[in-house]
Ligand binder design. Structure first.
Ligand code: AMP
Length: 394
């Protein structure tokens, strides 16, 4: 890919704007419940710190609707960065009033800057050039390591990068790692190549499936996705969650798979309940009218495990059941465990798959865990992500 890498920039004493994806999950008390995105950002920050402390870190957090909302403040992330990096993190909550070039001139030794949530300004999501100009004030280099935001044409990702000539901008360590892993899935997958797809929405995943159908051998379907397929085939789905208006998408996936001789596997037994609050599911091969299927059943698990065990490449996106509830997570955990123990190149993407992998303590056993669910899907669809395009141009 024709993009500079941060290691190739001469950063000695220079000022750097570093776009990260610090969009961490927060619990009801406002505490960070998973540090993955912060930890995966550390190599790039540490690399830059070897040459300069004039670093302005910026990220989004949640969806605060273009105005300040204390619920989505990045201040908690600043505290964690201070702890992990052993530098003082100066948290700047109004950088439109206090211009960045002035902040940089006042910055003492062993201090770096963290800007408040970019999405507190509507201009961020509007990809405003004016906002990008404010962010670029006094900055020598732009580094983007926010893989999870690369598919967004937002000001800090697109307009800001466009302002810098090619030799003064680069991707960081995480973005490079993500792209290498996804390229291996998209362009160089060793066969048998199996896709494990779950979650609730067919519409989010139809394009990636249609693209990967050209190179994969198996598509293993779970989650609520599966019931859209089974319904289309005339099988009873009871009250299972079925995304409406997906008939044509399902038809086109089935037709393309048949044309390319790709096998599609669907659940043949199901863990069902009348309510999501039931503490125990009942097993059925044919889903009764008054039940919802909430997880794949034991026969399906065994069948899916065999396919996974015989694969050389696996891409997994989306849980195979309502894994948030202990009664309906067996399928997702069993599949995560099987992927982890199989000798193959495996990539998992999507927040829920990552949560399930962490729940099972399997993170270290995966080839690559993508920090960007939406971005990884769009990359595998074959799109050029706006954030990457902006780093190539100029
Ligand atoms: P997605 O964002 O499309 O990847 O969907 C993730 C969500 O799908 C999770 O919150 C799961 O609880 C949900 N899910 C997975 N399987 C089912 C199912 N059988 N019925 C209802 N929801 C499901």
């Amino acid at each position: 890919m024709n993009i500079n890498f941060v290691e190739n920039l001469d950063l000695e004493g220079k000022s750097v704007f570093l776009r990260l994806d610090l969009n961490v999950p927060l619990n009801e008390k406002g505490e960070i419940s998973d540090f993955t995105r912060i930890e995966r950002s550390l190599p790039t920050i540490k690399h830059i710190l070897k040459f300069t402390n004039k670093i302005v870190i910026a990220s989004h957090l949640g969806r605060p609707k273009g105005k300040p909302d204390p619920k989505y403040s990045l201040e908690v992330v600043g505290a964690k960065l201070t702890e992990l990096l052993n530098v003082e993190v100066a948290f700047v909550d109004d950088y439109v009033k206090a211009p960045i070039d002035q902040l940089l001139t006042r910055l003492g030794k062993n201090r770096i800057i963290l800007l408040e949530n970019l999405r507190f300004y509507a201009q961020e999501t509007e990809n405003s050039t004016e906002f990008a100009m404010k962010l670029a004030k006094g900055i020598d280099f732009f580094v983007n390591d926010a893989f999870g935001a690369m598919h967004r044409a937002h000001a800090s990702v697109a307009a800001l990068a466009e302002r810098f000539p090619k030799e003064r901008k680069a991707m960081g360590f995480l973005v490079r790692e993500e792209i290498r892993a996804l390229d291996q899935i998209r362009d160089h997958a060793q066969t048998p190549f199996s896709i494990v797809i779950g979650g609730s929405k067919v519409s989010d995943k139809v394009t990636v499936l249609l693209n990967l159908i050209n190179t994969c051998n198996n598509i293993v379907v779970g989650g609520a996705m599966a019931y859209a397929f089974l319904k289309q085939m005339g099988k009873p789905v009871g009250r299972s969650l079925c995304e409406p208006n997906t008939e044509r998408m399902v038809q086109s996936i089935l037709a393309n798979a048949q044309a390319r001789k790709v096998s599609i596997y669907l659940p043949e037994d199901h863990v069902c309940a009348k309510s999501l609050d039931d503490s125990k599911g009942k097993m059925f091969e044919s889903i009764p009218d008054d039940y919802m299927a909430l997880d794949i059943g034991p026969r399906t698990i065994e069948r899916y495990k065999n396919i996974i065990g015989a694969s050389k490449t696996i891409f997994w996106n989306g849980p195979l059941g309502v894994f948030e509830k202990p009664a309906f997570r067996r399928g997702t955990i069993a599949i995560a465990e099987k992927i982890a123990e199989t000798d193959c190149f495996s990539v998992a993407g999507g927040g829920d798959s990552i949560a399930a992998i962490n729940l099972a303590g399997l993170a270290k056993k995966f080839g690559h865990i993508s920090t960007g669910g939406g971005a990884s899907l769009e990359y595998l669809e074959g799109k050029t992500l706006p954030g990457l395009r902006a780093l190539m141009n100029g």
